[in-house]
Design a protein around this ligand. Structure first.
Ligand code: LRH
Ligand code: MN
Ligand code: MN
Length: 389
């Protein structure tokens, strides 16, 4: 029996995709950061742009902050500002990769004073989480080395475990720690949390409220990411996704733009592993940069891409798939997946959106609203926010 669109609506209704505040600031490459008219100048303006995405899609009720990129005196007031715009503050991302003291590492540093400073930054992030009501502390470390022999791989791992244990112990009862991995950059010989296995080992040693974060751009080309998704779900340690897409490295392009089929395969494993069930620990976030395209429509496109692929993954006829797998019907099983992948869910989603009082075509509604022009007119003076400030 094939699954109907109606049957998947309750799951789609629960879908929430957190937006990164930094997606609304200017970003670029080491060659150049180009400015875009209307770019936010403050954390408050970034949140307003995220709220616009939610207003038009109903898909993005939370905004993740990066500290200290989103530095304000009063985080509770920033939370109230978000509430007033119909969104809330989500994940707090720590940042130990730009201060000069972290040149040779942060939580893994050989010098106890630098480690202390990095741990204290995380303790401050936890305080901020109490002020904003955020539940997740996301840690991504730039720690690593550039040359064989530069550091003791083993000692760095041991120091990381100690530092993480102190941070974890400071979490409130309803707070979680998610540890993101990345196999290269900015360090190019080794990174201290290069892969899901290392993240899994470290978070498993911490406890039940520590999980792994999977950023889709952080794997070597050809990696079977959906396998990792399955394994982490199986182990109960998939805490969150940073969605984006890549052609080459950590490109941070619009999710689903480079390889929609990969996004489908990932979401198929999420559905199969219960990641979309009520009470699932899995949270969904974008981690993207928009260097040449307008940022608000880029985020709208992104959340719609995730929604479309989620719908297609939910449409997989799981009973038929199980039967085909059981009977070694290789092509039959593959057909079941491909049938769902090739289903155009856009008309049904447009109709469903309209029925919920949302624009049937959010991108068009945004373009026709003139909002972008208004922002460009209003946001003059002051410095535009950039990736890193
Ligand atoms: C590192 C990363 C991590 C950071 C973000 C800005 O490449 O994916 O999530 O916090 O980029
Ligand atoms: Mn990331
Ligand atoms: Mn990244």
């Amino acid at each position: 029996m094939t699954t109907t669109f109606q049957a998947i609506v309750p799951t789609l209704e629960r879908q929430a995709i957190e937006l990164p505040s930094w997606a609304f600031g200017n970003s670029g490459t080491r060659f150049k950061v180009f400015g875009t008219p209307g770019t936010p100048r403050t954390p408050q303006e970034k949140i307003a742009d995220a709220a616009k995405v939610h207003e038009l899609t109903g898909l993005a009720p939370a905004v993740a902050l990066h500290v200290p990129w989103d530095a304000v005196d009063d985080f509770a007031a920033l939370g109230a500002h978000a509430d007033g715009l119909g969104v809330r503050l989500g994940t707090i991302n720590s940042n130990t990769f730009q201060d000069a003291d972290y040149k040779f590492g942060s939580l893994t540093h050989v010098d106890a004073a630098v480690r202390r400073k990095a741990i204290d930054h995380h303790l401050r992030c936890i305080e901020i989480m109490h002020e904003t009501g955020s539940t997740d502390l996301k840690i991504w470390l730039a720690d690593g080395t550039n040359y064989p022999g530069q550091g003791s791989l083993r000692s760095r791992q041991d120091r990381l475990a100690d530092s993480l244990a102190e941070i974890y112990a400071a979490l409130g009862e309803h707070q979680r720690l998610v540890l993101e991995y990345k196999f290269f950059e900015p360090a190019f010989y080794h990174t201290d949390v290069p892969d899901w296995g290392t993240s899994f080992v470290q978070v498993s040693a911490l406890g039940d409220r520590a999980f792994t974060c999977l950023d889709t751009g952080h794997h070597a080309p050809g990696t079977n990411i959906e396998f990792i998704v399955m394994q982490l779900l199986r182990l109960g340690k998939l805490g969150s996704f940073d969605f984006n897409s890549r052609f080459y490295a950590d490109d941070d392009l619009i999710v689903g733009a480079a390889d929609p089929f990969q996004l489908f395969r990932i979401l198929h494993e999420v559905v199969a592993g219960g990641g979309l069930d009520e009470g699932s620990p899995v949270r969904f976030m974008l981690d993207q940069c928009h260097n040449v395209e307008e940022k608000i429509p880029a985020q709208i496109r992104s959340v719609l891409n995730v929604q479309e692929m989620t719908a297609r993954a939910l449409l997989v006829d799981r009973a038929a798939l199980a039967t085909a797998q059981q009977e070694h019907d290789v092509l039959g099983a593959n057909d079941v997946l491909m049938d769902a992948f090739h289903t155009d869910v856009r008309p049904a989603l447009a109709e469903w959106r309209a029925a919920r009082g949302l624009p049937a075509d959010p991108l068009r509604a945004y373009a026709e609203s003139g909002h972008q022009r208004l922002l460009a007119e209003q946001r003059t003076g002051g410095a535009q926010a950039g990736w890193g400030a």
